[in-house]
Design a binder for this molecule. Structure first.
Ligand SMILES: [Zn+2]
Ligand SMILES: [Zn+2]
Length: 295
């Protein structure tokens, strides 16, 4: 938990986790204990095709959101492989392996949950396959098990930017996709701003639906539009703030700290910017991923 200078409490959580219930290496109890010891406040156990129950009073001390991960399309990346994570369902969605991706998204929502597009870069999901999906709550931009050494495409920024060029975006998430393969634990997470409300499933789900969260590996930041400027604040201090846009050439794409850390960076929108997406890098190289803002 992090308390910002305005007194808001931000809670840290991982929304994509596998255990021995599917292909993870640690049991659910071991997994939760490890995340608790790393300072996490909540977790969702999202085993493949196996429903993880939620709890406000788990023995681990974490708040546990219900969770599950579905996969469709086998291994044919050309026709489309989709992994959909469901979070916070009240009941177990009735989804079969013979169903399609859209059906899974619809049923997760009908059960009160949030359907998430997992690791689009790893799945090689392209705009033409993502944009027809209706009702997706958010997408991962960073997935730590997709990183080296176990995999090769941890970062979906290029997919997010390609969608943004076409006027489409989703809120961004960073997750671990934990299997305890090698070194992926604690590298990507979300921080949820509950203000002064207590930490429980109801308040977490409400804050998620209201977009009161950030995707990060460490930096705590805000990013919003003020007139024709995008303003990033980072009270934990940044070494570099980079603005990704829909224009190939930008004069002031990166603000780099000289001596003192950066606590605020501004980017002026001009004709042809199309969209702005900021990444905040701290002195250790850890990134924060701000949502897309359109021109
Ligand atoms: Zn997956
Ligand atoms: Zn997964």
């Amino acid at each position: 938990m992090y308390t910002d200078k305005n007194g808001n409490r931000w809670y840290r959580g991982n929304l994509h986790t596998h255990t021995t219930v599917s292909d993870g290496v640690k049991t659910p109890e071991e997994t939760k204990a490890i995340y608790r010891s790393l300072g996490y406040d909540f977790i969702a156990l999202t085993d493949h095709w196996e429903f993880g129950e939620g709890s406000d009073n788990d023995e681990s001390g974490l708040v546990v959101l219900s969770g599950i991960e579905y996969n469709f399309g086998g291994s044919d990346m050309l026709t489309g492989v989709f992994h959909i994570v469901g979070i916070g369902m009240d009941t177990v969605p009735n989804i079969e392996r013979t169903d399609d991706t859209q059906t899974a998204i619809d049923r997760i929502s009908e059960c009160g949950g949030l359907p998430i597009l997992a690791h689009p870069a790893w799945s090689m999901n392209t705009y033409d396959k993502i944009m027809p999906l209706n009702g997706v709550f958010a997408t991962e931009i960073y997935n730590s098990v997709s990183d080296l050494p176990f995999n090769c495409r941890p970062y979906s920024g290029i997919v997010i930017d390609d969608l943004a060029l076409r006027g489409y975006t989703l809120p961004l998430l960073a997750t671990d996709d934990t299997h305890f393969h090698k070194g992926e634990v604690g590298k990507g997470y979300i921080m949820v701003n509950l203000g002064d409300k207590p930490l429980n499933r109801e308040n977490l789900m409400a804050a998620l639906r209201e977009g009161k969260f950030i995707a990060t590996q460490g930096p705590i930041f805000t990013c919003k539009r003020e007139g024709d400027e995008i303003v990033v604040t980072c009270e934990t201090g940044a070494a570099r703030v980079t603005f990704f846009t829909g224009h190939p050439y930008e004069k002031f794409r990166s603000t780099v700290a000289e001596g003192e850390p950066i606590y605020e960076a501004r980017f002026k929108i001009t004709k042809g910017t199309v969209f702005v997406r900021a990444e905040i890098c701290d002195a250790e190289g850890k990134l924060g991923f701000a949502n897309v803002i359109f021109e």
